[in-house]
Design a protein around this ligand. Sequence first.
Ligand SMILES: *[C@@H]1O[C@H](CO)[C@@H](O)[C@H](O)[C@H]1NC(C)=O
Ligand SMILES: *[C@@H]1O[C@H](CO)[C@@H](O)[C@H](O)[C@H]1NC(C)=O
Ligand SMILES: *[C@@H]1O[C@H](CO)[C@@H](O)[C@H](O)[C@H]1NC(C)=O
Length: 310
Amino acid sequence: MLWLLLLTLPCLGGSASGNPEPGAGREQVGIVGGCDVSARRYPWQVSLRFYSMKEGTWEHICGGSLIHPEWVLTAAHCLGPEELEACAFRVQVGQLRLYEDDQQTKVAEILRHPQYNESLSAPGGADIALLKLEAPVPLSELIHPVSLPPASLDVPSGKTCWVTGWGDIGHGEPLPWPLRLREAKVKVRSNVICNHIYCRRFPSNTTERSEQVIKGGMLCAGDGNHGPCPGDAGGPLVCRWNCTWVQVGVVSWGTSCGHGDFPGVYARVMSYMSWIRQHVPPFPRAAGGPRDGGDPASRVDTLRPSPVPA
Ligand SMILES: *[C@@H]1O[C@H](CO)[C@@H](O)[C@H](O)[C@H]1NC(C)=O
Ligand SMILES: *[C@@H]1O[C@H](CO)[C@@H](O)[C@H](O)[C@H]1NC(C)=O
Ligand SMILES: *[C@@H]1O[C@H](CO)[C@@H](O)[C@H](O)[C@H]1NC(C)=O
């Protein structure tokens, strides 16, 4: 059950100890096979924070995305257990280097998707949540919401998309100083193939052949060498259509982070658009995103940790 172990790591606070602290700082997920991000490429990227009694600071526990000046999209499992209230969390917008010039925004309200099942956590599906901010964040070149897809959007397999986060950069390898946001280029995989990959790897007689490990509300992308590790959870997977960046996934779970050919598994944003629209008013077009000047792909193919200053 390697995968469940890995999964529980970012399943902050899922611990039975009664200590609701999500993530202990070392157990977050990061981008494997990625590269550093230049300024203004992902102005919707958010760092979700949780107060660490031990450190006395608001620690990064997950990613998220700004989808409206007043709303952040993230993964439900980042916010567990359910008893945790909005005041336990804050978000940091507009940051490239984690913790640099911190100015967090308070969270006013947490909306976990009603179908999210805390005991099943991310693999149970509907691993998606909304955070209403205490006040709209001021928009700028560095801070801007990402576009959301129409519910009907079909993301073809093979489509090249991008995932970003401050998580580990390999198995047990934390993001090095200066804690710069990283991106990885990943290709979308079909649910059928993704389901085969996961079922083949974890055969069990309790898993019926017909059982869907990869459910309809999930989306797979990448492989073991390119994609999110636990810590990038909640962060966005974005693809480009018609010169606009659209968020199609929320980092949810996976086994990869440098191990084998396992696609990362995301909450499929299209499947949850009607729920999102019940709460979040549409926001006009997104700006920013990976800049022109060619496909940045050539820069992200290798696992190349940023140099650590001596
Ligand atoms: C969550 O999943 C568990 C395990 O399958 C199940 O027993 C429980 O009824 C589910 N809870 C809800 C609210 O559906
Ligand atoms: C799984 O089922 C097959 C056939 O029913 C049986 O031979 C095998 O021992 C089972 N394996 C386990 C691990 O239970
Ligand atoms: C992109 O533009 C074309 C032509 O206007 C349109 O048919 C298509 O639906 C658009 N795609 C998306 C994802 O918006």
